[in-house]
Write a protein that binds this ligand. Structure first.
Ligand SMILES: Cc1ncc(COP(=O)(O)O)c(C=O)c1O
Length: 419
């Protein structure tokens, strides 16, 4: 990595050379900043809504652990809960009380989750949900939607990665997001063969795209009518778009729910949950295998429970939505003044700026947006000490630690970029 120079492509002089020992300088591709033509940033600390890089430069953070940190970095109650856990042993290797407490808290927030299985990542949880759906229905095909991301298992990365065997790819049907007709056609074309429909009930991985409620409702009906399972991947939306997730916000109940991110308070986690009769197919009660050395890790359980309890106590959703509205509205106004076509998709504390003259309602629309303009804006923000996800296809996330003043700064920086 280059050092010094002070320009937007330069890393901090004190930053270690991450690319010598890490592939592309990162452990997850989007962190490389390649989509916006920059170098990876090497961070040292996070507190509240601010992160500090290895050279001591501070940034207002709108990445927020890719959505995991709704309470911000190093929240005092989470810190205290994890500290308490660490002194009592952090990897017990058998069931411990923290798992039961977090499962209970999630069940109370999301009644459709009668039983739960914790995993170490959202990827694992999606993979397990699909295997469970296949076993419960005795079918093999799954319907997914363009632009949704469900982690990096083979069957959920079709057409997005080399190394996915054709035999696995054939079992995945990919439909355009929010397109009811194509989903209906898939059920007509493969009668009795579709095990599950899996989707992000609000998409965050093509940038934010909020579907009409009727889309979710129609998928609910289709799945029920054809004996398939409806899986909501609420890894991002769970405890973010409402305390009870998208299923509460849109009042559509899936058969299985996948969770991650916020339920671990920033520690590695995933979970699959749903009706007892479905969940009971998992080993050891049933014949569907899932296991994990770190599944239900005590530190993640402690951080997740402290997070959910703080959210329940403080119910920050109205304030977060106001702040999200302030950010989206400010960017729209700045774009109008600059005469540049922009659509900002926002729901509560998540949003994406699309440089497009059409509303973005699906992945094709997101791909048509002007990526060069997005990169320019992201780079201007970074120069101004504000971090946004370095890709058009990610969401900006607010936390309870963001302030109207921080949002004003971000709007001013976007205005500068637009000029
Ligand atoms: C909606 C969704 N599902 C699943 C995943 C995978 O989760 P993880 O990165 O914990 O494996 C992600 C990750 O960003 C996600 O956004």
């Amino acid at each position: 990595m280059r050092a010094g120079g002070g320009g937007p492509r330069s890393a901090s002089p004190a930053a270690p050379d991450s690319s010598a020992v890490l592939v592309g300088g990162v452990n997850s591709p989007v962190r490389a900043f390649r989509a916006v033509g920059q170098e990876p940033l090497v961070l040292a600390r996070g507190k509240g809504a601010v992160v500090t890089d290895a050279g001591g430069r501070r940034f207002v953070d709108f990445i927020m652990g890719w959505g995991a940190l709704l309470l911000g970095h190093a929240h005092p109650s989470v810190t205290q809960a994890v500290r308490r856990r660490l002194t009592a042993g952090w990897h017990l290797g058998l069931t411990h009380e923290g798992e039961v407490a977090l499962a209970q808290a999630i069940h109370e927030a999301m009644p459709s989750v009668e039983q739960i299985r914790f995993t170490a990542s959202g990827t694992e949880a999606c993979m397990t949900a699909i295997r469970l759906a296949r076993a419960c229905t005795g079918r093999s095909k799954i319907v997914t939607f363009e632009g949704c991301y469900h982690g990096h298992s083979d069957g959920l990365l079709v057409k997005r990665s080399a190394g996915v065997p054709e035999t696995i790819a054939q079992e995945t049907i990919v439909a355009p997001y929010a397109d009811v007709q194509t989903a209906e056609a898939a059920f007509r074309r493969f009668p009795g063969q579709i095990a599950a429909v899996i989707l992000e009930p609000v998409a965050a991985n093509m940038g934010v795209v909020v579907p009409p409620r009727q889309f979710l409702q129609r998928l609910r009906e289709l799945a029920a009518q054809h004996g398939s399972l409806l899986i909501f991947d609420e890894v991002v939306t769970g405890f973010r778009v409402a305390f009870g997730g998208a299923q509460a916000r849109f009042n559509v109940t899936p058969d299985l729910t996948v969770l991650g991110k916020i339920i671990g308070g920033g520690f590695p986690i995933g979970a699959v949950g749903g009706r007892r009769e479905l969940m009971r197919r998992l080993a050891p009660e049933g014949d569907v295998y899932h296991g994990g050395t770190f599944a239900g890790h005590p530190a993640a359980m402690a951080a997740g429970l402290a997070t959910i309890q703080a959210l329940q106590r403080t119910r920050p959703y109205a304030r977060l939505a106001e702040l999200g509205g302030q950010l989206a509205g400010g960017i729209r106004d700045a774009a109008r003044r600059a005469g540049i076509a922009v659509h900002v998709n926002q729901l509560g504390s998540m949003l994406t700026i699309f440089f497009s003259d059409h509303p973005v309602t699906d992945f094709a629309g997101a791909q048509r947006a002007d990526a060069a303009r997005f990169a320019h804006a992201a780079n201007t923000l970074r120069q101004d000490g504000i971090l946004v996800p370095p890709s058009q296809f990610e969401a900006m996330f607010l936390s309870v630690r963001h302030t109207p003043r921080m949002v004003e700064r971000a709007i001013a920086s976007v205005s500068r970029a637009l000029r």
